[in-house]
Design a binder for this molecule. Structure first.
Ligand code: NI
Length: 182
């Protein structure tokens, strides 16, 4: 177990399509998951994906209680190996996403708000859930990492990327919501 360095945007290892885990109970999997927990917790992430720690496998973790995101507490703490999702509605929602691989930046990302997902726990149990809202978003964000996609490439307009610590970010968000800033 260790707190690992999180790869940041621009590192080519973040843009790979991660490998399917062929043997969920392989010896090296628990260590990867422990590193994901330790690293995500210390940075207050809502979730983390194995490729962010340079592990080229389809493993995601989300629903951490130490998350810096409002609403994240409603998401059960979950590790998923080889996750898959299915979009259940064309309805989308906007949200200012962040990512441990893109520190300090938020971007307004539109995503479907109702999905079904499935994947395996480290014990090999199948998890299947139909979810909405923040839960659906965090799963889609983490799954994107497994396909080499970072949230800024989901932002439709680059003007909707901002440093979260800038004074005025709250006002920017307000203006965007009111349709006064695009
Ligand atoms: Ni991320």
């Amino acid at each position: 177990m260790a707190i690992k360095t999180i790869l940041r945007m621009g590192d080519l290892r973040l843009y790979r399509v991660a490998e399917v885990v062929e043997d969920i109970q392989a010896d090296f999997i628990p260590e990867i998951i422990a590193d994901m927990y330790d690293t995500a917790r210390v940075h207050h992430g809502a979730g983390i994906a194995a490729p962010q720690l340079a592990y080229d496998y389809r493993i995601i973790l989300f629903g951490l209680p130490t998350s810096r995101y409002i609403g994240a507490d409603l998401v059960p703490e979950t590790v998923l190996i080889n996750p898959e999702i299915k979009i259940l509605s064309n309805e989308t929602e906007n949200y200012w996403e962040g990512c441990l691989s893109v520190p300090g930046i938020r971007g307004l990302v539109s995503r479907p708000n109702h999905i079904f997902y499935r994947g395996y726990t480290p014990l090999g149990e199948l998890i299947e859930r139909e979810v909405k809202g923040f839960h659906a978003r965090v799963v889609q964000h983490e799954l994107d990492h497994l396909d080499g996609i970072l949230f800024p490439s989901r932002v439709k307009n680059a003007r909707l990327l901002a440093f979260e610590e800038v004074e005025g970010f709250a006002e920017l968000k307000q203006r965007v919501q009111e349709g006064e800033f695009v």
